[in-house]
Design a protein around this ligand. Structure first.
Ligand SMILES: [Zn+2]
Length: 453
């Protein structure tokens, strides 16, 4: 939404804001959940991905279709693949004959990568790194197919999207900064979604959120794990039980750490399922009901490239006809474990997890630390520390922002916290510990454990 529209929106009473959100939601609904959506939802919910040959056949077919389409329709790819005998590429196995598409190349050439006009497409903007968000164009039918895939996955957990109530915690600024009344959510009536603001989750406001969740009784909770965790943890610490049991908690966009999962599943008495995707249109990595991360090879191609920072992911997304992504270096690191299979019956390859963005590593005197490794430190500090953020300055120095669980006990806990950190980060790592009561989120609304300046 534009800034002017937002200014008008914030002036409206809550009731009218709900209507505005519902109208906006309906517009989105018409773009994404009509057309081929229902046909694909049926098709996808029948396929349990049990036969390897069938999945590979689908993958090959969809890859070749995308490749030929891009080489024909996209001025950029026509030139990029000029010296490559496209006809010789017969299957996914030949993909490494094609050059890799880096983020910079994508950004610089975006206008020549598009295969469709602005008017006939749906737009998705992605990560505003460097200030300028990248706008990706998609064909409506590709978006509808993508939504159907996602909804078929949620159906496996017994949740019908748009038919059952869901509580959503994403980065949209739907509530003004200082609302007069403690109403931190807006409702999209036709889609049966209540959108909760992730910008007002303070100790003072949390009781209102919890009271409303208990009143609304969502059948699923969707969104950023950091936000859902904040609520779950508060409920756990204050012995508040939910009056509802969701089918599942669906998280996306942030790395799910072991302590997140443990608390959320315990408090809401339901499974947490994480899903990896990106607005650019990366294929899905989906956590099944048994808890394994599966690469959905019928939605794209995943290549694992060994680098000094870990295993880098190259993706090819089968619903990117509007802005083709072929061998796209999305900047994420995955964790593999050879020979893993899953008892859910799906033959889609299992990976151990997504370690996050390449940039999300902390440089210390003891080497590099990933978010997953830092989560060990966080669990050692539980009870004393509410939230942490590691900020790596340009000169390499380290600043740790810390929100205390009990600010009144600062004197008492400061020494203990410092010594636990020193032991964990090693004596060669110099850091500055700063106590604060709020930690700012990224412009997207995501919480960042590691920030590099
Ligand atoms: Zn599985």
């Amino acid at each position: 939404m534009g800034r002017n529209i937002l200014r008008i929106y914030y002036r409206l009473p809550v009731f009218c804001q709900n209507i505005a959100i519902s109208c906006y939601g309906l517009m989105i609904y018409i773009g994404r959940y009509t057309g081929v959506y229902h046909r694909y939802l049926k098709l996808f919910s029948r396929n349990k991905h049990r036969k390897l040959e069938k999945e590979l056949r689908i993958q090959n077919k969809r890859f070749l279709r995308l490749l030929h389409y891009a080489a024909r329709k996209s001025p950029f790819y026509r030139e990029y693949y000029r010296d490559i005998p496209i006809q010789k590429i017969k299957s996914v196995g030949d993909i490494n004959r094609l050059p890799v598409l880096s983020k910079d190349i994508l950004k610089e050439n975006i206008n020549r990568i598009y295969t469709i006009s602005k008017g006939g497409s749906l737009h998705f903007s992605t990560g505003g790194t460097g200030g300028i968000p990248l706008v990706v164009r998609k064909r409506p039918r590709d978006v509808q197919q993508r939504m159907a895939y996602l909804d078929a996955y949620k159906l496996n957990f017994g949740f019908r999207n748009n038919k059952m109530r869901s509580a959503r915690f994403f980065g949209k600024k739907i509530v003004e900064e200082d609302p007069k009344r403690p109403i931190f959510w807006r409702t999209n009536y036709p889609l049966r979604q209540r959108l909760y603001s992730t910008y007002h989750l303070t100790e003072k406001n949390l009781p209102y959120y919890i009271r409303d969740l208990n009143h609304y009784k969502p059948q699923a909770i969707d969104g950023f794990v950091s936000a859902i965790y904040t609520i779950a943890k508060y409920m756990e610490e204050n012995h508040i039980a939910p009056t509802f049991t969701p089918k599942a908690v669906f998280t996306t966009s942030e790395t799910v750490l072991p302590y997140h999962r443990e608390t959320i599943e315990k408090v809401f008495c339901c499974p947490l399922s994480d899903q990896y995707a990106s607005n650019e249109g990366a294929p899905f990595i989906i956590q099944c009901s048994k808890g394994s991360y599966h690469e959905a090879i019928d939605t794209g191609i995943f290549e694992h490239i060994q680098t000094e920072n870990g295993i880098k992911l190259l993706v090819t997304g089968f619903d990117t006809f509007g802005t083709p992504l072929i061998r796209y270096d999305i900047g994420d690191i995955v964790l593999l474990e050879e020979g893993m299979t899953c008892s859910c019956g799906s033959i889609h390859p299992v990976i151990k997890g997504i370690a996050g963005r390449e940039a999300e590593y902390l440089e210390t005197g003891k080497g590099r630390f990933s978010q997953v490794q830092l989560s060990v430190l966080i669990s050692q500090l539980s009870g004393m520390v509410e939230q942490l953020q590691f900020r790596q300055k340009k000169d390499g120095s380290l600043e740790i922002l810390c929100i205390l669980s009990e600010p009144l006990k600062k004197e008492m806990n400061e020494k203990i916290i410092k010594s636990i950190m020193e032991r964990f980060l090693g004596s060669k790592t110099a850091f500055k510990l700063c106590f604060t009561d709020t930690i700012e989120r990224a412009p997207s609304g995501k919480y960042q454990l590691i920030v590099k300046e």
